[in-house]
Write a protein that binds this ligand. Sequence first.
Ligand SMILES: Cc1cc2nc3c(=O)[nH]c(=O)nc-3n(C[C@H](O)[C@H](O)[C@H](O)COP(=O)(O)OP(=O)(O)OC[C@H]3O[C@@H](n4cnc5c(N)ncnc54)[C@H](O)[C@@H]3O)c2cc1C
Ligand code: FES
Length: 528
Amino acid sequence: MNTSDPEPINSNITSGENLSYWIASSEPIIFAKVVKSLETDVLVVGGGIAGLTTAYCLTQAGRKVILVEDGFIGSGESGRTTAHVTCALDDRYFELEKIFGKDKAGLAANSHMAAIEWINKTVRLEKIECNFKRVDGYLFLHPSDTKETLDKEYEATKQVGLLTQMLPEVPSIAAENGWCIKFPDQAQFHIMLYLKGLADAIVRMGGNIYTQSKARDINNNGAKVNGYDVVAKHVVVATNTPVNDVLTMHTKQWPYRTYVIGAKILKGQLPYSLWWDTGDHNSKWISQPYHYVRLEEFNEQYDLLISGGEDHKTGQADDENIPEEDRYGRLIEWTKKRFPAIEQIVYKWSGQVMEPIDSMAFIGKNPGNDNIYIITGDSGNGMTHGTLGGMILSDIISGKDNPWIDLYSPSRITLKTADDYIHEVGNMTAQLVDWISKGDIKEAAELKPGEGGIISSGLKKIAVYRDDQNCLHSHTAVCPHLGGILQWNNDEKSFDCPLHGSRFTTDGKVINGPAKGDLKKVDIHEEA
Ligand SMILES: Cc1cc2nc3c(=O)[nH]c(=O)nc-3n(C[C@H](O)[C@H](O)[C@H](O)COP(=O)(O)OP(=O)(O)OC[C@H]3O[C@@H](n4cnc5c(N)ncnc54)[C@H](O)[C@@H]3O)c2cc1C
Ligand code: FES
């Protein structure tokens, strides 16, 4: 039953101001909006790789599926990815072995290889034209790291059954003359073309997809979508960060912002491959940010070299005195040194990744619920984790066995990560100092059109933005999730929460959870 008017539709096509190459080079993937009450077997919330893969697997298994997405397909982090499809996890296998033991580390390796194969098979079966390629990947040393890391990782990859090789130099990189581990038979694709192929297949098999359709009040019986009841026997929350979380998941994963540039490079200068360094061991961040690079077809003359890195915890860029927009300059410098053949930089964008406490994604029943499921904690491996999410949840819902259910269970308890946990909780507690610190601007008059900031007024914190027409938009700067003080992100023009990564538009609309609601408006008066 419609209990209220349909909600105003957020017309954002992506979760920030900068457009990724994938979004800029493809048509928006749009379906009808939910405009009446509906009933289904499975409701999937979220139209990124995790939600679409889940909807695809379940529709293929004969289930009646409705997928709802509050933006357009791929308008979350999937549209901002770099789409390395790989089993070279960004947390090392020797670390997984320490935390979970050899057998489970082996299961993890096997699951990611299976996800790559699943994508390969599906691209062929559904004839998805998405520039899918099998490519090799190379893991090389960050200058702050030592060869011991590669030796340990090489040994661990062998133990888990991967066909890796240790090479004495890194193929195709100018300034890195050290050893590297080759991961053969990885993959890459154009994510938006892939998602379009999955969406078309879902609809062809009888599934229903709705865009500009926001789910709220997710519960055991379904959810409210655009104000209408969607009744379902099972609900899959594939919103990257769960938006149904009350107590648990935001204490098990941490949000990081990561940056990407796209540079033209003449075709033939580099082979299609994936490259990653082992991460900055001197970084203040637990995740030890690393660089990740690949090629994509651009036009007849050029490829696009897509290079990423320079991460920081969401809303905390200034803690390193490197504001968000300055991160691209560092990335360009790093990339030019290693790939001197690049020419014009034609794209730049950033996105958010969720780093799980024990390096493994969370896929399965939401703790405390029997028919609500989540897919989250992807880290930088969301292409395979999102795909695994679909494969695993489809088996759970269909009552089938699956070898990875326990490994990825959101209810698992991992004891060997206590140090990282204490460090990250300490970081969160430190953010509460923002309650008593000054805002980053004194008054709204300091803002030029297109700028935002946080004003302190007594104990109140106000998030203020001046739009291009010189109008001020002011909202509370207190995050509706658990009260973090928002920070202005001048690069993506958003207000970001340094506690658990909720993000809001300049109009106060929530873009990333775990916050469920928008920011409340606050009136401030400017002298004429
Ligand atoms: C810059 C960058 C580079 C990356 N590179 C790689 C890489 O090379 N390889 C790799 O494997 N991974 C990579 N990742 C990680 C990967 O892209 C993500 O983990 C993955 O795309 C997440 O997919 P998802 O479907 O879980 O989430 P999303 O793609 O974010 O999809 C969630 C969707 O849910 C929608 N939504 C949210 N709330 C609601 C609601 N209430 N109602 C309806 N819809 C809602 C959102 O609009 C969104 O579209 C990268 C990430 C970034 C940011
Ligand atoms: S996201 Fe939890 S307090 Fe803001």
